[in-house]
Each structure stands twice: as C-alpha cells, then as structure tokens.
Design a protein around this ligand. Structure first.
Ligand SMILES: Cc1cc2nc3c(=O)[nH]c(=O)nc-3n(C[C@H](O)[C@H](O)[C@H](O)COP(=O)(O)OP(=O)(O)OC[C@H]3O[C@@H](n4cnc5c(N)ncnc54)[C@H](O)[C@@H]3O)c2cc1C
Length: 100
C-alpha cells in the first residue's frame, strides 16, 4: 500500500471518500478491505466501514457504477444502505435437522 503513494490511514488502508474515490486522487477508486471508507450509517462521524464481505461486495458494485458515472461526467453515488446480517457456520447440522 505504501508503494502506491496514495494517502493511508493509521491502519494502512487507502483513505477514500464515501463515493470510493481516493482522497486527493479523484482519478483513483478503492474499496474493500484495503480501503478506509466512511461509514455513513454509523453514529460516530469519523467511523469507517469494518473489513467485512458485506461491505466489500456493496462497495465493489458501487465502485463499478461510480467509475462509469465518473467517465460519463455524472454524479457519483455515496449511498450506504443499512447492514446485512453476517453469517457464521458453527459446525455440522444435528442429524435430526439434516434428515428433515
Ligand atoms: C477467516 C475469515 C473469515 C471471514 N468471515 C467473514 C464473514 O463471516 N462475514 C464477512 O462479512 N466477512 C468475513 N471475512 C472478511 C471478508 O473475507 C473480507 O472482508 C472480504 O473478503 C474483503 O474483500 P476484498 O475484495 O476487499 O479482499 P479479498 O477478498 O482479500 O480479495 C483481494 C484479492 O486480491 C488479490 N491480491 C492481493 N494482492 C494482489 C496483488 N498485488 N496483485 C493482484 N492481486 C492481488 C488476493 O489474492 C485476493 O484474491 C472473513 C475473513 C477471514 C480472513
């Protein structure tokens, strides 16, 4: 990350705007675990999105749409819609459940 020369936060993530443009580098977009993206849904004003798949997948979609919008000279989307539940698999289903 350091080798990119892009602005990084204290955790080494690329500092982005909510539209996923890199701060001071409007020609570069970043998202997912490597990016510090403002979490507009959080109560704290300086919160950034945690490194999770639910954020990475949404940011990937938004980034694609925003790159296209940027090329077309259209407004970029900063929308953050709520949160999806996170799922964890904790082991084999009980036989009684699996056989139903
Ligand atoms: C053990 C574990 C469990 C998790 N469980 C959950 C969960 O239950 N729910 C949840 O929401 N999130 C979970 N996460 C977090 C989730 O996996 C990540 O937030 C998500 O994968 C981030 O997506 P990403 O695309 O930003 O990065 P990644 O999925 O890490 O993708 C980055 C890709 O870039 C490639 N790459 C790296 N360097 C280079 C390079 N120099 N050149 C080219 N390619 C490169 C990598 O090989 C990789 O394929 C978990 C993570 C871990 C480690």
């Amino acid at each position: 990350m350091r080798a990119t020369g892009l602005p990084l936060d204290e955790r080494g993530r690329i500092r982005c705007e909510a539209a996923l443009r890199v701060v001071d580098h409007p020609e570069v977009f970043a998202g997912g675990d490597c990016a510090a993206v403002p979490d507009l849904a959080a109560a704290e004003p300086d919160a950034t999105c945690p490194p999770s798949a639910q954020h990475a997948v949404r940011q990937g979609k938004r980034m694609g749409a925003n790159i296209l919008a940027s090329v077309r000279g259209e407004a970029l989307n900063t929308a953050t819609r709520g949160r999806s539940p996170a799922w964890a698999y904790t082991g084999a289903w009980p036989r009684s459940t699996a056989s139903r």
